[in-house]
Design a protein around this ligand. Structure first.
Ligand code: NDP
Length: 289
C-alpha cells in the first residue's frame, strides 16, 4: 500500500485565497488587519519563521509590523513594546516568536499579550477557553492539523488517536481539539513505556517530538492517518535536508494518509496564523459596526 499525501501547500493555497478575500472585505470597510511580530535574538530558524510569516501576511492583504531585538535586550523594553501594541487599536494580533533567550521569562512574556490579540493562543486565558471547549484563538499548528484532517474527511468520532509529544504549543492543544471531536486520545511523551505499542493502535497518529524519523513504518497501523508535525534538519553528512519525526519512506508503505515534511503541517501553521489575525480584525470590525 502507498499512502495518499495530504498536501499542506495545496490546502494552504486554497485557504489563503479565501482569507485574502476576507482581508479585502475588511480593508474595504476601513479595518486594515494587522499582525505585530516580535523577534528577540539571532536564532536563524526563528528569523526564517518570522520572515515567512511577514511575507504570508503581505500576500494575503494583512499588514504586519516587525520588531527585532538583540538577544541581550533588556526584557523591560520588550514588555513596554507589548504594552504599546496591546493599546494600539490598529493592531489585531501580537506574536512573540519562541524560543526567547534564557534571561527572558517566556511565560511572563506570553501572559503580557492582551488575550484578545493573542493569535498564537498561548495566553493562559485562551488555553483555558480551549480546555472549556469554547476557544477564542486555536493555537496555529494544531488548528492546521485539524484543517488537514477535515479536508480528507478523516473520521475522528470514536477513533483511536495517539499524539506523541505533550508540549503546550502542539501536543496538549492538539489533544483538546481531537477530544472535542470525540476521538479517544492518548498522549505519549519521553517517559512513555513501549511507544510502539501505543502508536500501532492509532487510527490517527500525530508526531510532534523533534526527533528525525523516529516513527518508522513498523510502528504504524495499516491504513492509519499519519500527521508529521516535526521539523528536523538532518546532519550535513546525511544531506542536511529537512525531515519530520516520521520516517516517510517506510511509513508511506503502511499508512493510508500521510503528511510530508516539508510541505505538510508547516505551511498550514502560517495559514492558521493568518486566519486567527483576520478573525481578530473581524471581531473588531463587528464591534465597530
Ligand atoms: P517540545 O520539545 O516542546 O516537545 C517535544 C515532546 O516530545 C515532549 O513532550 C517530549 O516529552 C516528547 N519526546 C521527546 N523524546 C521523546 C521520545 N523518545 N518518545 C516520545 N516522546 C518524546 O517540542 P514542540 O512540541 O515545540 O515541537 C515538536 C516538533 O514539532 C519539533 O520538531 C518542532 O520543530 C516541530 N514544530 C513544527 C511546527 C510546524 O509548524 N510544523 C510548529 C511547532 C513545532 P517530555 O515532555 O517528556 O520531554
Amino acid at each position: 500500500m502507498t499512502a495518499a499525501i495530504i498536501d499542506g501547500n495545496a490546502l494552504s493555497a486554497e485557504i489563503r485565497a479565501k482569507l485574502a478575500e476576507r482581508a479585502a472585505t475588511l480593508n474595504a470597510n476601513g479595518v486594515s488587519p494587522c499582525l505585530a511580530v516580535i523577534l528577540v535574538g539571532e536564532d536563524p530558524a526563528s528569523a526564517v519563521y518570522v520572515r515567512n510569516k511577514v511575507a504570508a501576511c503581505e500576500k494575503a492583504g494583512v499588514r504586519s509590523l516587525r520588531d527585532v531585538y538583540a538577544a541581550d535586550v533588556d526584557p523591560a523594553v520588550v514588555f513596554a513594546r507589548i504594552a504599546a501594541l496591546n493599546a494600539d487599536p490598529t493592531v489585531h494580533g501580537i506574536l512573540v516568536q519562541l524560543p526567547l533567550p534564557k534571561n527572558f521569562d517566556s511565560n511572563a512574556v506570553l501572559e503580557a499579550i492582551a488575550p484578545a490579540k493573542d493569535v498564537d493562543g498561548f495566553h493562559a486565558e485562551n488555553v483555558g477557553a480551549l480546555m472549556q471547549g469554547n476557544p477564542r484563538f486555536i493555537p496555529c499548528t494544531p488548528y492546521g492539523v485539524m484543517e488537514m484532517l477535515k479536508s480528507r474527511n478523516v473520521n475522528l468520532k470514536g477513533a483511536e488517536v495517539v499524539i506523541v509529544g505533550r508540549s503546550n504549543i502542539v501536543g496538549k492543544p492538539m489533544a483538546m481539539l481531537l477530544l472535542a471531536q470525540s476521538a479517544t486520545v492518548t498522549i505519549c511523551h519521553s517517559q512513555s513505556r513501549d511507544l510502539a505499542f501505543h502508536t500501532r493502535r492509532a487510527d490517527v497518529l500525530v508526531a510532534a517530538v523533534g526527533r528525525a524519523k523516529m516513527i518508522t513504518g513498523d510502528m504504524i497501523k495499516p491504513g492509519a492517518t499519519v500527521i508529521d508535525v516535526g521539523i528536523n534538519r538532518l546532519p550535513a553528512e546525511q544531506g542536511g535536508k529537512l525531515c519530520g519525526d516520521v520516517d516517510f519512506e517506510s511509513a508511506k508503505e503502511v499508512a493510508g494518509l500521510i503528511t510530508p515534511v516539508p510541505g505538510g503541517v508547516g505551511p498550514m501553521t502560517i495559514t492558521m496564523l493568518l486566519a486567527n489575525t483576520i478573525e481578530s480584525a473581524e471581531r473588531v470590525a463587528g464591534e465597530k459596526a
